[in-house]
Design a protein. Structure first.
Length: 504
């Protein structure tokens, strides 16, 4: 059984519904057994002492695949702690929570992807599995005999975790506001959009703490996602929460993806606070408490964000794309003595040191709501914290398909060609924090460092993502024209989208 196509970085992801699904119950059962074996090996426990927690988001295939995973774990001889509907961050928190503390946890989710997709995320006490561990698990799963030949020696304990996780978030709000009153959020109006994923309970949490939640929408789990894609980067989803906030006259709106490891907000004016704005906002809150922090982000963040973090007394450290990459780098920097409380991607994946560097969009929103309440009591808004964030005049993302078979080698060669050209070209400045692909800064229209592009190789797909930003009109055309001249003879790279942008 070939399970390698299911590997997606540090997760498992595939098609679970339709004519040709590859994330089948058989595949999930095998992977669950392999994870249980790895967990027993890691904890040095006998199999009948191992406990694995399982949860799912609202996807239509979730119950079917959770049953398959449960069957696999029980056939391996371990105990299943069945959580039912849950969020990805809550699955990890259960490992650290007295009264639960499973040895490992599996979340069935495909995050923001379409309804026919599903996937598996895996956790042990030291965090989520890394790519190499996923690869090892796949090898074990492929090599094992049919799971149905194993006896059903394990057991199942049904014990929902979301009520406990909900109380943990409530306590973070009380602690953040330094109060033990029953309703610390009285006077704050928050619209919650759960996108019919697993996060609808957040609205009732806020309401129980005194917040007004009129206008909240799509709170009921529905794996068909009938209202909009559960994705804080999706234009339609963000337009929907924006409209809801303005209609309700709320102080802010919050939106989650299906498994709640990503989030974004909308302020009372309807301004979307995601991507660079979201990073700037949480950075300002942290740096206001203690200047001098280093903030780790992915590679596509803007020059204006770097300037903003510096003006708030911090240092901006750009790293590679991928939420595990930024989290692992932040952990490493702290071990090296660099004070780094936050790892965050422009996609909304955010991990705070105070929360075990767990990738948790709901926890991030909770921190923002605490600050929103503080500011409202002072007659201010969250948006006021990022009033000085310089945003680009133009921004663009283009994905250049690689046509050759060895796409990684072709992509690396193209990047090397751009690097060689930049080294010899005086007007092309290789960014000092270039840690992924090639990031080139430009001085446009007699300005200084007011434009850039980043060309990098996708980890999994035969694609060269190209991001560009300019602080002056026409800057992107100038930069991409120059880049096209460097790449135009690359026969194995499809430059048609780049050409179309230049001809528009």
């Amino acid at each position: 059984m070939n399970l390698k196509p299911l590997k997606s970085g540090s997760d498992i992801r595939g098609t679970a519904m339709g004519e040709k699904p590859n994330l089948t119950p058989e595949a999930v059962k095998r992977l669950a057994i392999a994870f249980t074996q790895l967990t027993a090996e890691k904890t040095q426990k006998k199999m009948d002492d191992v406990v694995i927690a399982i949860g799912r988001d609202s996807r239509l295939s979730g119950i079917m695949l959770m049953d398959a995973a449960t069957d696999g774990i029980c056939r391996a001889g371990a105990t299943v702690l069945a959580f039912g509907l849950c969020t990805t961050p809550a699955m990890y928190m259960s490992i650290l929570t007295p009264g639960f503390e499973p040895d490992g946890a599996i979340m069935l989710t495909a995050s923001h992807h379409p309804a026919d997709k599903n996937g598996m995320k895996f956790f042990m006490k030291d965090g989520g599995l890394e790519g190499a561990q996923i690869a090892k698990m796949i090898e074990l799963a492929e090599a094992m005999p049919s799971p149905d030949t194993l006896s059903y020696a394990g057991s199942i304990i049904e014990k929902p975790f979301l009520p406990t996780y909900k109380e943990q978030l409530a306590q973070r709000i009380r602690d953040g506001l330094d109060t033990d009153v029953q309703m610390p959020l009285l006077g704050l109006h928050v619209v919650v959009d759960a996108g019919n994923g697993a996060g609808g309970f957040y609205a009732t949490l806020l309401e129980s703490l005194g917040a007004w939640i009129e206008g909240s929408q799509f709170l009921d789990p529905d794996g068909a996602f009938p209202n909009h894609t559960p994705n804080p980067e999706n234009k339609e989803a963000m337009a929907s929460i924006r409209e809801a906030v303005l209609k309700a006259g709320a102080d802010l709106g919050v939106i989650f993806d299906a498994d709640c490891d990503r989030a974004a907000i909308v302020d009372q004016s309807g301004r979307e606070i995601n991507r660079n704005r979201l990073i700037a906002l949480i950075s300002a809150i942290l740096l206001n408490e203690k200047p001098g922090f280093t903030i780790v982000t992915d590679s596509v963040t803007s020059s204006g964000l770097s300037k903003f973090i510096g003006e708030w007394g911090g240092s901006h450290y750009r790293y590679k794309r991928g939420y595990r990459n930024v989290i692992d780098e932040a952990i490493l920097l702290n071990k090296q003595g660099i004070d780094c409380p936050l790892a965050i991607e422009t996609s909304g994946h955010a991990a705070l040191r105070e929360n075990h560097f767990l990738d948790d969009g709901m926890y991030l929103v909770t921190v923002l709501i605490v600050e929103a309440m503080r500011l409202k009591q002072a007659g201010k808004t969250l948006g006021s914290l990022i009033a000085d964030l310089q945003e680009p005049v133009e921004s663009e993302e283009i994905r250049l398909d690689i046509k050759g078979e060895d796409f990684q080698e072709i992509g690396r060669a193209a990047i090397a060609r751009v690097l060689d050209y930049a080294t010899a070209k005086e007007s092309w400045h290789i960014a000092p924090d270039n840690r992924e692909g090639v990031r080139i800064n430009f001085d446009l229209n007699d300005g200084f460092d007011n434009g850039w592009f980043l060309l990098r190789l996708s980890v999994h797909d035969p694609v060269l993502p190209l991001n560009a930003e300019s602080d002056v009109p026409g800057g992107i055309h100038t930069m991409l024209s120059a880049l096209y001249d460097v790449l135009k003879d690359e026969k194995d790279i499809n430059l048609s989208l780049l050409q179309a942008k230049l001809n528009a």
